[in-house]
Design a protein around this ligand. Structure first.
Ligand SMILES: [Zn+2]
Length: 247
């Protein structure tokens, strides 16, 4: 219970710190006391989500990502020549992932840094762009201690809706430098038979639409495979990826 004297201090704190104490207290029907603590820092992103713009040049993407009417943005946009545009402060929530899911998280925008790459989805990525991307990923990984497994594509977190950064994205090269997971055959693990949805869900995929989840997995890890269902080799690959994530 707050005494009359304390109540005045609390009211003063509310005024000084612009904490909306009274409306909160009224709404909840209980006492809400503003009591600022110095023990905090900024919230930290724990994922990086990679995108392609699907544009032929950087100008239309810049326009879309900064136009109030579009309702979309990203933290960074990297042009084909490596020029990097910083669009949204890393501490703020950019609108790049939309409806999304990964490993139990349903709001990737709140937990991630979004990076758009100037690429139309039908072409290999430009070398200067990838060099700059790798340097940026290094900075982000160091600054926020982002686990290797949490560098993902938009298609991974929105398999029903999205196909970026697409089949030309150099995931193997990124994983070689610690951004994302990768395994090459032959795989050492000898998996017991496990259902496709159980394995993909263990990686993090939303398996509500299993065909979409398999498609997103293929796009990221086996872009040359045409098989619609997961094969025994795919199962061994997923076990290998899960093992890498554990280590
Ligand atoms: Zn995207």
């Amino acid at each position: 219970m707050v005494s009359h004297f304390m109540g005045r201090i609390v009211a003063g704190l509310c005024l000084l710190t612009a904490v909306a104490c009274a409306p909160l207290a009224e709404r909840s029907g209980s006492s809400m006391v503003g009591w600022p603590s110095p023990n905090f820092d900024e919230r930290r992103p724990n994922f990086v989500i990679l995108h392609f713009t699907s544009n032929k040049s950087v100008e239309p993407a810049l326009h879309t990502l900064s136009s109030p009417a579009s309702g979309v943005s990203s933290h960074y946009l990297i042009a084909r020549d490596g020029t990097t545009y910083a669009l949204v402060d890393e501490r703020k929530r950019a609108w790049h992932a939309g409806v999304s899911y990964w490993g139990g998280s349903r709001d990737l925008n709140s937990a991630s840094i979004g990076i758009e790459l100037d690429n139309d989805g039908e072409e290999p990525y430009a070398e200067p762009q990838i060099v700059v991307l790798l340097a940026l990923l290094g900075e982000l990984k160091r600054k926020y201690a982002i686990p290797a497994a949490n560098f993902l594509g938009h298609s991974d977190v929105a398999p029903r809706r999205k196909g970026d950064p697409g089949r030309y994205f150099p995931w193997q090269r990124l994983a070689g430098q610690g951004y994302g997971l990768w395994c090459e055959p032959p795989y050492s693990a000898q998996p017991q038979s496990t259902a496709d949805d159980v394995l993909l869900a263990a990686l993090g995929y939303d398996v509500a639409d299993i065909d979409a989840a398999i498609g997103a997995f293929r796009l990221h890890f086996t872009p040359r495979s045409e098989t619609r269902r997961l094969t025994t080799e795919d199962h061994a690959l997923i076990h290998c990826l899960l093992e890498k994530r554990r280590n």
